[in-house]
Ligand binder design. Structure first.
Ligand SMILES: NC(=O)c1ccc[n+]([C@@H]2O[C@H](COP(=O)([O-])OP(=O)(O)OC[C@H]3O[C@@H](n4cnc5c(N)ncnc54)[C@H](O)[C@@H]3O)[C@@H](O)[C@H]2O)c1
Length: 370
C-alpha cells in the first residue's frame, strides 16, 4: 500500500528489497516507536538499529524489528548500513544527537523542536547548509490536510491581506506529568502554532510579549498556561494560548483552534472533534482520527505522511517541505516567548544571521499581505 502511495505521490521507482534504506531510531519512546513503525511498514526502509537509554525499550525494539540495539546512540551512528536516522529524544537532547548524526553523514529527521536553544539551532542550520544530507524537522501539522488546505487558501489570496491570527492548543494533564519538567510549554506545545503561523503567513515575527501561570503544575516546576502576543514584520498581529492542564476526563487528547482573519475572508481550523464521537459505558471520547491511527493493521495519518515525505526527499535529493531555516525561525520565536516570560517585558526575536533559505511561499501574491 505504501509503495503504491509513494509511487503515485512522489513518482518513485519502486526498488528491490536489497535497495531499502537502512534507518536508525534514536530515542524509542512514544514518538520513536511511531516513527519506527512507519519506516518499517513503508516498504522502502528497514530498521537497522535502535538506541535508547532504557533497557525495556531496547528489548521491545529488538523483538519487534530483529534489529541491533544500543544504549549509546554514538555507536549506532558509526554503522555504514544506516542511511537515515530519526531523532526522537527529549527536546533538550536534540542538538547533540542531530549534530553528531549530520557529522556522521546521515540523513536526519528531527522531532520538533529543532532545539530548545537559539544558538544550538543556528549551529544546526549552518551544518545543514554545509551538508549534502537531507535534514528536516518534524513540524507535523504542515502535513495535516486541514492546515495545508488553510495554507493553500491563504496562498490563493482567498482571505486577502492577513490582519490577525489567533491560535489555541490545549491538552490533558497526562503530557506534562509524563515529561515531568523535561519539556516546556513554549518549545513542546506552542511551537506547533508558531510554525503554522509563520508558514501560513510567510511572514516573520519581530516581537513577542508573554505571560504564564503555574498553579496545577507548580510541584513539577512547569507552567500551566502561556499566553503570548506576536507582532509580525508586515503589521499582522497574533495571539497564542498554549496549555496542558485539561482534566484527564476531557474527551479529546487535543483541543486546538487556529483562526486567520484577512481583509476579505476568514478561516478556522478546529481539531477538538475529529469527526468521530464514541459514547460507551466508559463515557464519551473524541478519538484521534488524523495524526496516528490505523487502517488494515497499518499506521496511517499525518505522521506517516510526514515520514513518507522525508523518505521521498532522501531518495530523490529534494528539499523538504520544512526547511531547516523555517525550524530555526520557530525556535527563535519560542525562545523570545521564553525570554519574555522571564523578563516580564516584550522581547525582540533574534533572526538568523546567515542568508535565510525558508520554504518558499507565494509571497509574490499581491492579494496576500497589505
Ligand atoms: N510531533 C508531535 O506532535 C509530537 C508529539 C509528541 C512528542 N513529540 C516530540 O518527540 C520527541 C520525543 O517525545 P516522546 O513523547 O516520544 O518522549 P518519550 O519520553 O516517550 O521518549 C523519549 C525516549 O528517549 C529515551 N532517551 C532519553 N535520553 C536518551 C539518551 N541520551 N540516549 C538514548 N535514549 C534516550 C528515553 O528513554 C525515551 O524512551 C520530543 O522532542 C517531543 O517534543 C512530537
Amino acid at each position: 500500500m505504501a509503495h503504491e502511495y509513494l509511487r503515485r505521490e512522489y513518482g518513485f521507482m519502486v526498488c528491490s528489497r536489497s535497495d531499502t534504506m537502512g534507518v536508525g531510531i534514536i530515542g524509542y519512546g512514544l514518538m520513536g516507536r511511531r516513527h519506527a513503525r512507519v519506516y518499517a511498514e513503508s516498504g522502502f526502509c528497514r530498521i537497522a538499529a535502535v538506541s535508547d537509554s532504557s533497557a525495556n525499550a531496547l528489548t521491545d525494539a529488538a523483538a519487534r524489528y530483529q534489529c541491533d540495539v544500543y544504549d549509546d546512540y554514538r555507536r549506532l551512528l558509526t554503522r555504514a548500513d544506516i542511511d537515515a536516522v530519526s531523532i526522537c529524544l527529549p527536546d533538550s537532547q536534540h542538538f547533540s544527537a542531530t549534530r553528531e548524526a549530520a557529522m556522521a553523514g546521515k540523513h536526519v529527521l528531527i522531532e520538533k523542536p529543532l532545539s530548545t536553544d537559539i544558538r544550538e539551532a543556528a549551529e544546526l542550520v549552518k551544518i545543514a547548509h554545509e551538508s549534502s544530507a537531507t535534514m528536516m524537522v518534524g513540524h507535523l501539522l504542515r502535513f495535516d490536510p486541514r492546515y495545508s488546505a488553510l495554507h493553500a487558501a491563504i496562498d490563493r489570496g482567498e482571505l486577502g491581506s492577513l490582519v490577525f491570527m489567533s491560535a489555541m492548543r490545549s491538552s490533558p494533564l497526562t503530557g506534562p506529568m509524563r515529561y515531568r519538567g523535561q519539556a516546556s510549554l513554549e518549545f513542546h506545545v506552542a511551537i506547533h502554532d508558531v510554525d503554522l503561523m509563520l508558514w501560513c503567513s510567510g511572514d516573520t515575527v519581530v516581537r513577542v510579549n508573554a505571560i504564564g501561570a503555574s498553579r496545577i503544575l507548580k510541584e513539577i516546576n512547569a507552567l500551566d498556561v502561556v499566553l503570548a502576543t506576536l507582532e509580525f514584520k508586515s503589521g499582522l498581529v497574533a495571539s497564542l494560548e498554549a496549555s496542558w492542564v485539561l482534566p484527564e476526563s476531557f474527551p479529546s487528547t487535543l483541543d486546538s483552534k487556529l483562526r486567520v482573519v484577512g481583509t476579505s475572508g476568514a478561516a478556522i481550523v478546529d481539531t477538538c472533534n475529529q469527526g468521530l464521537l464514541i459514547a460507551s459505558s466508559e463515557g464519551v471520547t473524541l478519538p484521534d482520527t488524523m495524526r496516528w491511527t490505523e487502517l488494515g493493521g497499518h499506521a496511517v495519518g499525518v505522521l506517516r505522511d510526514e515520514i513518507l515525505h522525508f523518505i521521498a526527499c532522501v531518495r530523490q535529493g529534494e528539499r523538504p517541505l520544512v526547511a531547516m531555516d523555517d525550524a530555526y525561525e520557530a525556535v527563535a520565536v519560542a525562545y523570545a516567548i521564553q525570554q519574555s516570560l522571564k523578563s516580564g517585558r516584550p522581547e525582540e526575536v533574534a533572526h538568523a544571521q546567515t542568508p535565510s533559505a525558508r520554504t518558499p511561499t507565494c509571497s509574490a501574491n499581491p492579494r496576500r499581505r497589505a
